[in-house]
Design a protein around this ligand. Sequence first.
Ligand code: NAP
Length: 323
Amino acid sequence: MKAIKIEKFGGPEVLQYKEVEIGKPGPNEVLVKYLSIGLNYIDVYHRTGLYPVELPSGLGLEAAGIIEEIGSEVKLFNVGDRVCKASAPIGGYSEKQIIPEDKLVKIPDGISNEIASSILLKGITSEYLLHRAYAVKKGSKILFHAAAGGVGQILCQWANALGCEVIGTVGSNSKIEIAKKNGCHHVINYTDNNFVEEVEKIVGKNGIDVVYDGVGAKTFEGSLECLKIRGMMIAFGNASGYVNTIDIKKHIAPKGLFFTRPSIMQYTIKREELEESARKVFDAVLSKKIKIEISKKYKLIEAKQAHIDLESRVLTGPAIIIP
Ligand SMILES: NC(=O)c1ccc[n+]([C@@H]2O[C@H](COP(=O)([O-])OP(=O)(O)OC[C@H]3O[C@@H](n4cnc5c(N)ncnc54)[C@H](OP(=O)(O)O)[C@@H]3O)[C@@H](O)[C@H]2O)c1
């Protein structure tokens, strides 16, 4: 079968489209033939080594397909089931993968493979960010960076449906309408404007209840400035670079802030958490609370171009790879 592999960390050029062998599933594993694969910024961190993986490695955490073979002890699934995953083992950029059964969830009727592979990782992330890392409520004032992106498309619509006042930032004017369509009540171009000043014009000084910051280095300090006394800073990504140092005296103490740096892995540790979160994501899409627009589709052989596009900020919403 064909798969994308990396033998060293680096730019998009390290992605290799290769013929590889696939074995047989072990007792608690299944072999999934992928029909659609999700593209995520975390794949970039794995490729560059920002999040180190053991080399050589595959790439990709989010994928959907059909079970072709099951191991002797598998209890949750049968051959022919439509399933998707949002976690390790890394290696979703491939035609097939062997996965422990407890990492998979069934795709309900009404959700296509393409949509499933666009929403499971980004949707579970949105679910835990809005409900569990911090429980937003009606009227919560939230700031979300990169509101026209993949997670942005899902989280901002969901937050809007929950009754939050949603302020989104985007990197260019062409993304403003997209962020509005994603449910943002106010959109700020943070390339051309000082977003702290713009946020202050909307909600006043120290007016934000919670910041969802997946941009990282470039936005970290400004995000803290926007927060209210005892506000919540959720640093959940690093598209512009990693925030390496937090100075408690400077960053946290003046407003008595709460700070978390969460990962989807910590919020899906238990099988019940994965199932419950996935169910909420699927329900939100089936009930049309969240509408998914796939921004671009690539072939597996085009994975390099997909990474170039993701890092050059031209994608506006979830993108997928069709093997
Ligand atoms: N912790 C978790 O559990 C978890 C799970 C999923 C995703 N994430 C994080 O969530 C964030 C969004 O993920 P995603 O897959 O949906 O990606 P995405 O938002 O579709 O793409 C990243 C966006 O970041 C913005 N950005 C700002 N500065 C950038 C820079 N220097 N280089 C590249 N992009 C820059 C761009 O939007 P603008 O042009 O509008 O600025 C870009 O479109 C990522 O940081 C990801 O790691 C975290």
